[in-house]
Design a protein. Structure first.
Length: 216
C-alpha cells in the first residue's frame, strides 16, 4: 500500500501522439473525399475517445461520415501508432523518480490495446502494473466520468486527496474535479491549447515540463 498515487493521461501528457493521430484522421478524410485538416485543429479534437475525434473531424469538413468511419479510423491508426509518437522529454526520468515515492497509473480514453502497444513501444510499460492501466473501452465509462479514477484510488488504497490526476485537457480537469482528487495540468500537452486557464481554482497546478511534478 502507498500513501500517494499519480494517475496519468496518455496522449498529450505522457506521449506526444498528435502527428500520428492527425495522419490517421486525415487519411480517413482523404479516403472519403474530404480535404485534410491542420494538425493543430485535430489536436483540439483529441481527448474524449476515438469516436468523438472521428465525429469532430467529419463535422469540420463538408463530407458526411460513413457508417464504418470509426472502424476505418482505428484500422488506419493501428498501422501508424508509433510512427512519430514519442514520450515527452523528461517523462522516463520523472517516472523513475516518482515511482520511488508514489504509485503510478494510466487513465486514458484511448482503447486499451493501443495504449499498451504505445507504452511497450516507448519502454514506459514497466512503470505501470497491468491492472493500473485503464483504457476508454474497458469496464468504466470514459473520462470525464470519475469511475475509472475512483477505481484506481481503491486499487492502491489511497484517498482522493492523496491522488493527483495528471493531464493536459479540460477532460482531465473535469475528471479530477468529479472524483475529488488533486489536479496537475501539463501546459506542454496539445490538449492544453484550448484549456480555459482562467477557470483554474486554488490548488489546481499547471506544470511546464514533466520534471516539475517532482516539486509537488
Amino acid at each position: 500500500m502507498t500513501s500517494r498515487l499519480f494517475v496519468f493521461d496518455l496522449d498529450g501528457t505522457l506521449v506526444d501522439s498528435l502527428h500520428d493521430l492527425a495522419d490517421s484522421a486525415n487519411a480517413l478524410l482523404i479516403e472519403c473525399g474530404a480535404e485534410p485538416l491542420d494538425e493543430a485543429a485535430i489536436g483540439g479534437m483529441v481527448g474524449e475517445g476515438a469516436a468523438t475525434l472521428v465525429a469532430r473531424a467529419f463535422a469540420a469538413v463538408t463530407v458526411s461520415a460513413p457508417a464504418d468511419a470509426l472502424q476505418r479510423f482505428l484500422a488506419i491508426y493501428e498501422t501508424k501508432l508509433l510512427n512519430h509518437t514519442r514520450a515527452y522529454a523528461g517523462i522516463p526520468e520523472t517516472l523513475t523518480a516518482l515511482r520511488v515515492r508514489a504509485a503510478l497509473a494510466v487513465l486514458t480514453n484511448k482503447p486499451r490495446v493501443a495504449t499498451e502497444r504505445i507504452l511497450a513501444g516507448l519502454n514506459l510499460d514497466g512503470f505501470f502494473a497491468g491492472d493500473a492501466v485503464i483504457g476508454g473501452d474497458g469496464p468504466f465509462p470514459r473520462k470525464p466520468d470519475p469511475a475509472g479514477l475512483v477505481h484506481l484510488c481503491a486499487r492502491f488504497g489511497v484517498s482522493a486527496r492523496e491522488t493527483t490526476m495528471v493531464g493536459d485537457s479540460a477532460v482531465d480537469w473535469r475528471t479530477a474535479r468529479n472524483a475529488g482528487t488533486r489536479l496537475c495540468l501539463a501546459s506542454y500537452g496539445f490538449g492544453f491549447r484550448q484549456f480555459p486557464r482562467a477557470e483554474l481554482q486554488a490548488g489546481e497546478v499547471v506544470i511546464d515540463r514533466p520534471a516539475d511534478l517532482l516539486n509537488l
